[in-house]
Design a protein. Sequence first.
Length: 115
Amino acid sequence: MKKILIHERVRKINGGFSYIPTRFLTSGFLESLKQKELLLYLFLVIVSDRNGLSYYSYDRICTTLEMDIEDYIEARNSLISKDLMAFDGTVFQVLELPEKVHARPAGRTDAYDLL
């Protein structure tokens, strides 16, 4: 049975609020992402509004995440192709999770796969 460990530190919604559905983990979305994709996805979830929208520029994202532009573009495009977010050139939208995880391309390996 679960119990609260520190009552004075129970999380509360104050101001903005972000969430990631449990299905992100249980349906395999987490393990389907490369490290930079996951980092960008989590950042966009955190900074987005209640509709999943964010207006952060690529230079602010790259600076905050200590990510070079090539890695940013690769991660962004991959998240779009995996149907996890949309981008119109200015605005990002974190999308409701799709029905299923988009399969990894054949032969793709990550550092995660090598552990």
